[in-house]
Design a binder for this molecule. Structure first.
Ligand code: AFP
Length: 331
């Protein structure tokens, strides 16, 4: 995966000057700009040329490793590789592709699972449908001002930066997320579609020091999960992509197997929390490879507060509608 991430980093950095690939598969994509739309994936998301190039690079790299199969956001069904190998990999080869054309940080997210050999060949997808707490490793690369690789093997979360020679060098061992935060990340344009608990939580953050939280909050939204995760690992914060009332968004936008699970593993190993809003992400048993899931992760105390807004509606009542900036009385 490190080799693949290094090669994807170089491809992205080359932008419109990327050299044609050696093999036909990539060349077929190479006459397009990174951000050109070339199709649609299993989940109905637009596929850009770079999505497919990154997918090709990852699969090619995994063919040289002891990997039984790979499940990719860019392929409807898992791809069988080395029969009898001990692990399987689930991957989002390029996350944040809506940021390609505007030169914003994007990334690759991966999850490593123990491979379970299944008798019926057509059950191969089932081998990837394991709860996230069974992951052996997880990581992501962020292709930004620096190319970083954030990795866990189940003993802490560690940060590596790609150097000029093409090696990932450890720059942060056992990074931790502060349990409290004053910064939230959510796409606020969806406010009218959120359920009441999410609206109440964000309202309270926006009410700031005059409101029930008694402190001001800052907001960030990059539109790239890996960039948000790196910021939260660095300075704390809480990320929310809840389910909402829009068609197709009842379970949010992010994918459980190759986005939420690896991020959740990394975040928990750094002392943070990752939830659907009502339960731990890593306890979920996936029903299918490309299923979506609501995702709230980051500073543990803040994730638990969001869960409380959902599980304890009475907590919504703590905030008297009669007091506060918009109430009848000034507190
Ligand atoms: P794309 O890969 O389609 O750009 O989606 C990126 C993403 O899955 C995740 O990285 C972002 O946090 C989230 O979607 C942004 O979603 P919105 O565009 O709805 O804000």
């Amino acid at each position: 995966m490190a080799t693949a991430c290094r090669d994807i980093s170089r491809l992205i950095a080359a932008g419109p000057f990327a050299a044609p690939a050696a093999d036909l598969a990539r060349a077929a994509h190479m006459d397009l700009g990174h951000g050109d739309i070339v199709g649609e994936n299993a989940g109905g998301d637009q596929q850009k040329a770079l999505d497919l190039r990154a997918h090709d690079i990852v699969v090619d790299a995994l063919r040289t490793a002891p990997v039984a199969m790979v499940g990719s956001e860019e392929a409807d069904a898992p791809i069988p590789l080395a029969s009898g190998a001990p692990v399987s990999v689930a991957v989002d080869p390029l996350d944040g592709s809506s940021n390609i054309d505007v030169n914003m940080s994007i990334g690759t997210i991966f999850s490593v699972l123990p491979h379970r050999s299944w008798m019926p060949h057509d059950a191969s997808e089932a081998a990837l449908l394991q709860p996230g707490h069974r992951q052996l490793a997880a990581g992501y690369a962020t292709y930004g001002p620096m190319t970083e690789l954030v990795l866990t093997l189940g003993r802490g979360t560690h940060v590596f930066i790609l150097d000029e020679a093409g090696a990932f060098r450890l720059t942060g061992a056992n990074v931790t997320i502060a349990p409290q935060t004053g910064e939230f990340a959510i796409n606020a344009s969806n406010y009218r579609h959120w359920d009441a608990p999410v609206r109440a939580y964000i309202d309270d953050c926006l009410s700031g020091a005059e409101g029930m939280r008694g402190r001001d909050f800052n907001m960030r939204w990059i539109g790239s999960l890996v960039a948000e995760a790196s910021r939260i690992l660095t300075r704390g914060g809480v990320f929310l992509y809840p389910g909402d009332q829009r068609d197709g968004y009842a379970e949010g936008r992010l994918r459980l197997v190759y986005e939420a699970n690896p991020i959740a593993f990394l975040v928990e190993q750094a002392g943070g929390a990752a939830s659907t809003g009502t339960g731990r992400i890593l306890d979920l048993v996936p029903g299918e490879l490309h299923q979506r899931v609501p995702l709230i992760f980051g500073s543990r105390d803040e994730v638990e507060r969001v869960e409380n807004y959902t599980s304890d509606p009475h907590s919504l009542g703590e905030r008297s509608p009669l007091f506060g900036r918009r109430g009848l009385f000034r507190a």
